[in-house]
Ligand binder design. Structure first.
Ligand code: GDP
Length: 370
């Protein structure tokens, strides 16, 4: 599954958030292998009410949600790109994730030391951005050097090399201006040519504003949160407001007491669902379903680019190889009909071939040769 890395300065609430995400996952783990693979990696379900509707209609024995991996990447400090702390190790962990969640401290608490002495989201965001920018610049310089000397062994063609060079020059310029690589307008060709570098500032980032419980109901009243919002839009990033502390407390309450507690804080639901959904959508992920008596299941695909055979391949590579066609109905039509068979009778079931681009919410049944 896809990976989201939780980063941030020390003492901003990363571990608290990570543990809440994992604990919450475990609590809902009825039929799903939520688990912690390594101490700092947890798999969590993407909440989706549609899955339960499908599961009821098909009288499925179980409902299996889509999932994302969360990775707690502790230890990013100022100077990491220069090898401070365990710097480079952490940067290499970030290189392996598909998106970044930066926890930004927006809560005041004199008992909890802030590395810079005071709560200052702009400075926190700048510090981390600079580390990512330096690391990318370093990589780009080295790569450009090689390209210029014609020392690139892995290059496929002159044309691709040229695209890589021009792409990297553009990105370098942006980075020197303090702008992330993802903000640079590259041609598709350039994008493809620079992809192998896994640049850190190319990854989508969500700022997770960690607020005090008293700010949950009206986060906009907290000036720190407003600052994060402005920066997020400047940096073309997402923002989610959460209280890691509250999420952590929620995981320890019996479920019947949770609603009451949330109500006392002036909110109606835990912020984790929202965080997970935002991450999923920022990664450009979409969902299609399979639904039958054995199970109803949500499968993850990339937005707008996956053909029916590729989507079938998410289930099993044999489904892709032997693909014949896909019986397909939209989620809404499935719900009005009640089953694939009923949808067929109503003429709502489509038989799609190998060029069909799978749509959000499609309910599918694959026909394939074994
Ligand atoms: P990390 O270093 O970023 O992983 O931070 P931790 O999750 O270990 O949190 C550092 C300290 O801040 C711990 O004592 C947490 O209990 C506390 N903390 C985390 N989130 C909140 C919050 O929302 N409000 C308050 N008051 N304290 C928090």
């Amino acid at each position: 599954s896809l990976r989201a890395g939780i980063v941030g300065l020390p003492n901003v609430g990363k571990s608290t958030l990570f543990n809440a995400v994992v604990e919450n996952g475990k609590a809902q783990a009825a039929n799903f292998p939520f688990c912690t693979i390594e101490p700092n990696v947890g798999i969590v379900a993407v909440p989706d009410p549609r899955l339960h509707v499908l599961s009821e209609l098909s009288k499925s024995q179980r409902a299996v949600p889509a999932s994302i991996e969360f990775v707690d990447i502790a230890g990013l400090v100022k100077g990491a790109s220069q090898g401070e702390g365990l710097g480079n190790k952490f940067l290499s962990h970030i290189r392996e994730v598909d998106s970044i969640l930066q926890v930004v401290r927006c809560f005041e608490d004199n008992d909890i030391v802030h590395v810079n002495g005071k709560v200052d989201p702009k400075s926190d965001i700048d510090v981390i951005n600079l580390e990512l920018v330096f690391s990318d610049l370093d990589q780009i310089e080295k790569r450009l050097e090689k390209l210029k000397k014609g020392k690139v062994k892995d290059s496929k063609s002159k044309l691709k090399e040229e695209a890589e060079k021009s792409g990297l020059e553009k990105i370098r310029q942006a980075l020197m201006d303090g702008k992330p690589a993802r903000s640079v307008g590259l041609t598709d060709y350039e994008k493809d040519a620079v992809k192998h570098l896994c640049l850190l500032t190319m990854k989508p980032i969500i700022y997770v504003a960690n607020v005090a419980e008293s700010d949950l109901a009206e986060p906009g009243n907290n000036p720190h949160v407003n600052e994060v919002m402005n920066l997020a839009s400047e940096l073309q990033s997402g923002i989610v407001t959460i209280s890691a502390q509250v999420e952590s407390e929620l995981t320890e309450l019996p479920s019947e007491e949770r609603t009451e507690y949330l109500k006392s804080l002036g909110v109606s639901e835990s912020g984790l669902g929202n965080l997970i959904r935002e991450t999923y959508s920022l990664l450009g992920l979409r969902t299609y379903f399979t639904s039958g008596e054995k199970e109803s299941k949500a499968w993850t695909i990339l937005a707008g680019r996956m053909t029916a055979p590729q989507a079938a391949g998410v289930i099993h590579s044999d489904f892709e190889k032997g693909f014949i066609r896909a019986e397909t109905v939209s989620y809404d039509d499935f719900v009005t009909s009640g089953s694939l068979a009923a949808a067929r009778e109503k003429g709502l079931l489509r038989s799609e071939g190998k060029d069909y681009i799978v749509q959000e919410g499609d309910v599918m049944l694959f026909r394939f040769n074994v």
